[in-house]
Ligand binder design. Structure first.
Ligand SMILES: Cc1cc2nc3c(=O)[nH]c(=O)nc-3n(C[C@H](O)[C@H](O)[C@H](O)COP(=O)(O)O)c2cc1C
Length: 434
């Protein structure tokens, strides 16, 4: 059976599934139950300095976006960092780590952007025996207004400075957690590396307003008639997170910097995709909050089965495997030609493909009087919209034309060499890249 053991920054865990810093990791009771359920590690809910207590709202903290089957697709929250006393958290971390030496415990931290504040808290964290720290430079609400969280994560110079302090006053691995609320995620990742970070983790939550109550005209979640933006997460953010991860993985300035992937991981497949894009492990929050801690069992067995099927003996066998295939648009092979194909046996004759193609695309699907839908190859540009709107999985597929065949739309012969388009002499991108 495939070996799921992970060594991320030298920190061993029995599998690559860690719980992200959030309510599931806010206390000893939760973390013990999470470990019993099989999670490989946790990033403890963010701790702050001793000082004025953190006070959360007493109304709804969460808002949600659902699919048609009311499956939760996106979660929005206006929660702050832990509102439990620092000392209580530190004692609990120490106890749990002592009882679960084979699991990873990382302590998430957010204190003011002052050297003394970091100098004060880091020895206390070191004392717990936890395996490392994660710097929360991402929280987009509540704390950022106080000059912490995303307020630090949006300024590369601050990231570099704070990371450097942490490397100076703490001996174990330092992970910098990045905010997605920024234009170019490569800049904060580069700053983290300059500051000496051992890894980056991403993404934290995305600024969001999930809904507006049209009776009260208040954004939701609404606290006494008013709402503020929260942080968005869950399956809906996975594409954004994976794009950001891939940008960091293939940036020459940060290539090789370990990445912990976060954002919408719900199944083993999501995890495998993040890891193929260069993540040494993944962190999960919304899936655990939606389905409970035991969801990790599905992740473990699914990943293990897939690795066996593909002949991957260890996690390292496939981490980063997809990175060389992430490229810029100009390097895409414009000689590659595909056409849509409809499986008539699977078709339920709903006509969605026809409506979408006829009204908004290339008029490349015909409909007969008895509702048989067929692709007109001479019009099809293989845009994929029919595949995307078809309610039956695998009913419509895109099939690549073979080299030597003539594309009935353009009259051109499909070239043999299209696999090497990156270096093709007719590719202006390849010339520009020289
Ligand atoms: C209710 C809630 C509270 C969170 N609190 C924290 C936090 O204290 N520190 C932190 O770094 N991230 C926090 N996060 C962000 C998560 O750690 C994670 O980055 C984000 O939810 C994306 O992962 P997901 O799509 O698996 O939920 C929180 C998320 C949620 C939903």
């Amino acid at each position: 059976m495939a070996d799921l053991t992970t060594e991320f920054l030298g920190i061993k865990s029995p599998n690559p599934f860690w719980l992200a810093s959030a309510p599931p990791t806010d206390k000893e009771y939760n973390v013990r139950r999470a470990f019993e359920a099989g999670w490989g590690g946790v990033v403890w809910k963010t701790l702050g300095s001793e000082g004025p207590p953190v006070v959360n709202v007493n109304g709804p903290r969460y808002g949600a976006i659902y699919g048609a089957d009311r499956r939760l697709l996106g979660l929005n929250n206006i929660e702050l960092i832990t509102d439990r006393p620092l000392q209580t958290n530190l004692e609990e971390i120490k106890r749990v780590k002592a009882d679960y030496p084979d699991r990873a415990i990382i302590v998430s931290l957010m204190v003011p952007c002052e050297e003394q504040a970091w100098k004060d808290i880091l020895p206390l964290v070191e004392e717990t025996g936890a395996d490392g720290i994660e710097l929360n430079f991402g929280c987009p609400h509540g704390m950022s207004e106080r000059g912490m969280g995303a307020a630090v994560g949006q300024v590369p110079e601050y990231i570099e400075m704070v990371t450097r302090w942490c490397k100076q006053y703490y001996s174990k691995p330092v992970i910098v957690k990045l905010t997605p609320n920024i234009t170019d995620v490569r800049k904060p990742a580069e700053a983290a590396k300059r500051g000496g970070a051992d890894a980056v983790s991403l993404i934290n939550t995305i600024n969001s307003i999930t809904s507006v109550n049209l009776d009260t005209m208040s954004p939701e979640p609404s606290i006494d008639g008013k709402g503020s933006h929260g942080g968005y997460c869950g399956p809906a953010v996975k594409p954004i997170a994976m794009s950001m991860v891939s940008e960091i993985a293939r940036n020459p300035e940060t290539r090789g910097l370990p990445i912990s992937g976060i954002g919408g991981v719900t199944t083993w497949r999501d995890a495998a995709e993040f890891m193929a894009l260069g993540c040494g492990n993944v962190q999960v929050c919304t899936a655990a909050m939606t389905y409970g801690f035991k969801v990790v069992q599905e992740m473990i067995s699914g990943l293990s089965d897939w690795m066996d099927e593909k002949g991957h003996n260890s996690i390292q066998d496939f981490v980063g495997m997809a990175v060389p295939n992430v490229t810029d648009w100009q390097y895409l092979n414009l000689n590659y030609v595909a056409k849509a194909k409809i499986d008539q046996d699977a078709c339920i004759k709903c006509g969605r493909c026809y409506a979408a193609c006829e009204d908004t695309s290339h008029q490349a699907i015909s409909m007969s009087a008895d509702r048989v839908f067929e692709v007109i190859d001479a019009e099809c540009v293989a845009c994929n919209l029919c595949v995307d709107v078809c309610p039956v999985e695998d009913c419509i597929s895109m099939e690549a034309m073979k080299p030597g065949e003539v594309d009935p739309r353009t009259g051109k012969v499909v070239e043999k060499e299209y696999a090497n388009w990156t270096t093709h002499p007719n590719n202006p991108g390849a010339v520009a890249a020289e």
